[in-house]
Design a protein around this ligand. Sequence first.
Ligand SMILES: Cc1cc2nc3c(=O)[nH]c(=O)nc-3n(C[C@H](O)[C@H](O)[C@H](O)COP(=O)(O)O)c2cc1C
Length: 467
Amino acid sequence: MTENSTANKRQKLQKKQIIINAFLMASAGNQTINSWRNENDQTADSFQNPQYWIELAKLLEKGKFNSVFFADVLGPYDVYNGPGNFGPVAKAASQFPLSDPTYFIPLMASVTKNLAFGVTASTIAEPPYHLSRRLGTVDLISNGRVGWNIVTSYLDSASRNLLNGESLPSNVERYDRAEEYLDVVYKLFLSSWQDGAQHLPVLIQAGASTRGKELAARNAEVIFFSSKTKESLAASISDVKEIAKNKFGRDLSKIKFLSLVNVVLGETAEEAQEKYEAAKALGDVEAAKAMFSGWTGVDIGVYDDDQSLDDVNHVAITSAVQKWKEAAPDVKKWTKNAIVDDVLVAGYGPLFVGTAEQVAQKIEDWVEYSDVDGFNFTYTQSPQSFEDIVEYLLPELRKRGLLPEDYPEPLDGKILTYREQLFGDRFLDRTHPAHDLRWNANENKESFESRLPAALERLENGSPKPL
Ligand SMILES: Cc1cc2nc3c(=O)[nH]c(=O)nc-3n(C[C@H](O)[C@H](O)[C@H](O)COP(=O)(O)O)c2cc1C
């Protein structure tokens, strides 16, 4: 072996190995508007054809994806020219209609061994007992391969559907409830059953506000962002790490950070650009406006297409526009049209267009700059986008030492739970506030109950020195 190749090998070994997930919804439309109209797209089949999910699961496991990440919302994006106007998203099938993703997990789990499944469920929607039962069911039947993406909802339509027609409670109220909700879920999973009977799914969280970050820092094992730039991603990760370490005493090596990304790959840069243009040409501007209005909660139908949104005095618009501004500092005027132009293909996250080498380089830059642990890959057409990722991008990432060659070995030689796959652990780590609630397999009832008050006290007030 030459000196150079030894040095290359060493450099490769030192690189951080990342997590790769497929970011899906149980719908024909996800981030790219009107993607279902692409001739290669099969998502219109996803509602009624189990084979769609089965084949996709096999493809993802072949590529050694860590998990499927199912996003979900509980009402249509009906804010634009609304309220109650879901015509534009219905026409473009933008996250509408939307089946319950939980039911597709057993289909996908039955044909895979290592692929894990994160599923979104909102804390406004159902009692914690009911959700725990559902999550516990899919977790057991998939041999511990389930994670729960804890969300507090953002669409008023979801609230109208679920809370007796009431409007969505305030951010503060929703997060207060989420904290309490989570503590009930911990008690149900960890203290009501001895180890071996049931395990707590991996805890995932995404929330951009201060309270969202606090909830994540205290509870989550996987944290998800949708920043448009590596700089804002780095800032969000560093914010949450700071809170997790200093306020909650968490071990940061037991928290993984993920970023959303949409990639369009071609054998040449030109081919990738053509694919991007083709995806955009299918887009529907009204649906893009409706999605943006849903994400921000603000009806942008009241503004002119060419009016600068910088001048609009609305806090949600200002922070959303900031997201796009950072991504394209050269754009002089952030109008509705300028944002919609990006949303058409990219959706709410960043978009990387190019050859496998170019996209892998971007990914490597983002990892180095922000210390992000992995990506949720969304698509412009499914399963074609994932086929491209498996065929072109993943080998390039492996060549660079950014991806492991295979799944890790399971601890007991039989199955790999989601938590094992991520951390090599079966249980919550000891710096997690719910750690002590666990009723160990070899612990008798009296002994467990005698230490339960202290475990509950720690859950409630934190432990001054958990490490
Ligand atoms: C990257 C990312 C992904 C999200 N995915 C979902 C989702 O699938 N379903 C949902 O209801 N909310 C989702 N949310 C919304 C948050 O969980 C949260 O409820 C919402 O952002 C409002 O809280 P915030 O003000 O803290 O951001 C997501 C948020 C982010 C940042």
